[in-house]
Design a protein around this ligand. Structure first.
Ligand code: CP
Length: 310
């Protein structure tokens, strides 16, 4: 059974490990024979409503839809719509709902995607809501690990950076809880540790996890180092950001103690937290990760909109 048919994608925890593994198999099939799927979403329209900036999420969803023969309409700047005249967001979304078959929304407020799903008939995909969730990022992150390592089970994963405000790491940690990694290191300055809800999920999962202040303490153990930038735009108090900025940095020197097979992931955009000279090394998985995002989103759109895969 296709577990995604007609479904909203609001949070990663709306899906099970079995659902995600099903999606990975569909993605594999699309990757293996991409020419087979060029018309599968002909006459279907993806609407996008981006109330916050984006490079990868919006462009990869648009590219995914077009590579499947579908079309896209939407906005990346809300002020070019009648929101500028004072139209309510839910009315703007209702219009996309009338015109489209599936909608991707990104919004700075937590819960915006859930609200959209309540208002709209067609499936809603959360392209990131505030600091809460980014489920399709997690799908592509987990798929990247599945492709590179054959799966998540048994791996030692370090998650480094702003674990408090980054929706990518919130969602990633929630996603990891569905699998059996050997250990998760939560590497961050103490004030940027994950929110209580994520810690509660980690506790309930029974996965061994540990808070770490300094990445150098654990780097030789890691199979994956997942890095995220400091989310400056989400700090309620700018002075808190000023105190913490530049507090972590992955340099090429640090990697001398890492396993040769260790890989660095990053949802991107990356700013100052990774030495750019790492980009050309085998450690850097982040550009490949972004490419897998195109394919997982193709698989997701086909699965939501068709019965092609059962
Ligand atoms: N990873 C990610 O969500 O990137 P964008 O903000 O560019 O979409």
């Amino acid at each position: 059974m296709n577990p995604f048919r007609g479904r909203d994608v609001i949070g990663i925890t709306d899906f099970s490990r079995k659902d995600l593994e099903w999606l990975f198999r569909v993605t594999d099939r699309i990757v293996e024979d991409i020419g087979e799927y060029t018309d599968i979403l002909k006459n279907r329209i993806l609407g996008y409503a981006f109330f916050e900036s984006s490079t990868r999420t919006r462009l990869s969803f648009e590219a995914a839809m077009k590579r499947l023969g579908g079309q896209t309409v939407g906005f990346a700047q809300p002020m070019v719509t009648s929101l500028r005249k004072g139209e309510k967001m839910i009315d703007t979304l209702r219009m996309l709902d009338l015109y489209c078959d599936v909608i991707v929304i990104r919004h700075p407020l937590e819960g915006a995607a859930r609200l959209a799903a309540e208002v709209c008939e067609c499936p809603i995909i959360n392209g990131g809501d505030g600091k809460f969730q980014h489920p399709t990022q997690t799908m592509l992150d987990l798929y990247t690990i599945y492709r590179e390592f054959g799966g998540v089970d048994g791996l030692i994963v370090g998650v480094l950076g702003d674990l408090k405000y980054a929706r990518a790491t919130n969602s990633f940690l929630m996603g990891l809880c569905m699998f059996r990694p050997k250990k998760i290191y939560l590497i961050s300055p103490p004030i940027l540790r994950p929110r209580e809800m994520v810690i509660d999920l980690l506790k309930a999962s029974g996965i061994d996890y540990e808070f770490v202040d300094d990445m150098q303490d654990v780097i030789p153990e890691l199979d994956i180092l997942y890095v995220v930038r400091i989310q400056k735009e989400r700090f309620p108090d700018p002075s808190e950001y000023e105190r913490i900025k530049g507090s972590y940095y992955v340099s090429l020197d640090y990697l001398e103690r890492a396993k040769d097979t260790m890989r660095i992931m990053h949802p991107l955009p990356k700013l100052e937290e990774i030495d750019p000279s790492i980009d050309k090394t085998d450690y850097a998985l982040y550009y490949k990760q972004a490419k897998w995002g195109l394919y997982i989103r193709m698989a997701l759109l086909v699965s939501i909109l068709t019965d092609m895969f059962e």
